[in-house]
Structure formats: structure tokens, C-alpha cells
Write a protein that binds this ligand. Sequence first.
Ligand code: HEC
Length: 115
Amino acid sequence: MMRLSVAVLLSLALPLCLAAEVDTDTGLIKAPGWETVRAHCGGCHSHALVTQQRADRQSWLDAIRWMQQTQNLWQFPADVEAQMLDYLASNYPPQPNRRRAPIPASLMPRASAPD
Ligand code: HEC
């Protein structure tokens, strides 16, 4: 009985341990490289602009290049840039199905008749 409840508790706790920890100040997922992104990506806009974005590595790089060319974002040493791209691409990867499905017509408010 004791063994069983320990096993149950462990199995309940495990997903919590595996879930990504999020920095409460910035909302950034705490994974390797997050402090570099915190240092470089929150000066001009909220980190939320970063955490709301989903993109592959190339698109993250494109975003950085765009900010460098048009928004006065500074240049990064290659290793710093690579670290941020690794972090961004693995923690905020593309998610094609982030949009919810359309609301079924039966659940929509009835169209009101024009006056
Ligand atoms: C020098 C200022 C500056 C810094 C530093 C900066 N950005 Fe930006 N970024 C901007 C501006 C300006 C915009 C446009 C904001 C807007 O549209 O309201 C922007 C927009 C974005 C967007 C939204 C792009 C879109 O298509 O909507 C993302 C994502 C982003 N930045 C990520 C980052 C990341 C990642 C970093 C760190 C590598 C970073 N930013 C650092 C200036 C900066």
C-alpha cells in the first residue's frame, strides 16, 4: 500500500518536474541561453514579443537581421547569436496549429436583421 502511494505520487509529480520553468519577470522559458536572450531582447520591447513568436531557426535569424537593419538592433558576436538562435528555435519553434478551429455555425450568435 505504501509502495503504491509513493509510486502514484511520483507519477503525479514527474510531469511537473519536466514542465519548463518560466521566469516570472520576463516570461522566458528557463533553458540554456535564456539569460542571453533576456539581456539582449528586452531593451526595446517587452520580452512578451519574443515569447509570443513561434519560428524556426532561419526565421528567428531573419527577425534579428530585420531588427538590425531597420530598428538599430546591435550586432552580436557569432557565438552569442548562435546561442540565442538555439534557444529561440528550440523553445519557441513553429506551431502550425496554434489557431483554434473556427467556431461552429450552430454556436455563433444569430445574425441580427438589418434595421
Ligand atoms: C534595438 C531595439 C531592439 C532590440 C534590442 C530587440 N528588438 Fe525585437 N523589435 C524591435 C522593434 C522596434 C520591433 C517592432 C515592434 C513593433 O512592431 O511594435 C521588434 C519586433 C520584434 C518581434 C516581432 C516581429 C514581428 O514580426 O512581429 C520579435 C519576435 C522580436 N522583435 C524579437 C526580438 C529578439 C529575439 C531580440 C533579441 C535578439 C530582440 N527582438 C531585440 C526592436 C528591438
